[in-house]
Design a protein around this ligand. Structure first.
Ligand SMILES: Cc1cc2nc3c(=O)[nH]c(=O)nc-3n(C[C@H](O)[C@H](O)[C@H](O)COP(=O)(O)OP(=O)(O)OC[C@H]3O[C@@H](n4cnc5c(N)ncnc54)[C@H](O)[C@@H]3O)c2cc1C
Length: 148
């Protein structure tokens, strides 16, 4: 259970979000609460569906976000802690996945949007149709965007 948030307006979901029991049926389960899962879950919930989001990392409250550029950026406060946020890698499905350091990885509610740089460069026309222009990449889901 979460302790009461000192600034209720900043943590409304923790206090008022619906809670489901394991046996309750829901319409969607979204795995991961990053920019992708978070937005999908929000859109589905706003459209009236019952949605559960599973997130493996911690739900940080405002107090747990240091406003300290050196600590966050230079000392990787949210990332690169292999014990709290382990990454495993394997080359084929037959291999056993091993924990190995990766760069700039950190778990938590909000996913990478919690600690990313938030640079959004304007896309060029070709960026929307890379699959058509450059060909499919085996083993990936590379696809053209549905918009231009
Ligand atoms: C340091 C850094 C800086 C960046 N800067 C920029 C930038 O400036 N501009 C830009 O456009 N992009 C940037 N990016 C990339 C961008 O942040 C990511 O591409 C984007 O946030 C990914 O969003 P996502 O929702 O797909 O995945 P994520 O944000 O990775 O979210 C996935 C979530 O799923 C959770 N999860 C995974 N597996 C499970 C499981 N089995 N059970 C439960 N939970 C699970 C994870 O814990 C995580 O919270 C940056 C990335 C990093 C690491």
């Amino acid at each position: 259970m979460h302790e009461p948030h000192p600034h209720p307006a900043l943590a409304p979901l923790q206090q008022t979000g619906p809670r489901y029991r394991p046996e309750d049926e829901v319409d969607f389960v979204v795995v991961g609460s990053g920019a992708t899962g978070g937005v999908v879950a929000k859109e589905l919930a706003t459209a009236g569906f019952k949605v559960v989001v599973l997130e493996q990392g911690p739900w940080r409250t405002e107090k747990q976000f240091p406003h300290d550029e050196l600590k966050v950026f230079q000392e990787s406060f949210f990332t690169n802690n292999w014990k709290d946020s382990p990454n495993t890698f394997r080359k084929t499905e037959r291999d056993k996945a091993e924990v190995k350091p990766s760069i700039m990885y950190g778990r938590g509610v909000g996913g990478t949007s919690v600690h990313f740089s938030a640079n959004y460069w304007r896309f060029k026309d070709v960026d929307f149709k890379e699959a058509s222009l450059k060909g499919k990449l085996a083993g990936t889901g590379l696809a053209d965007w549905p918009i231009t």
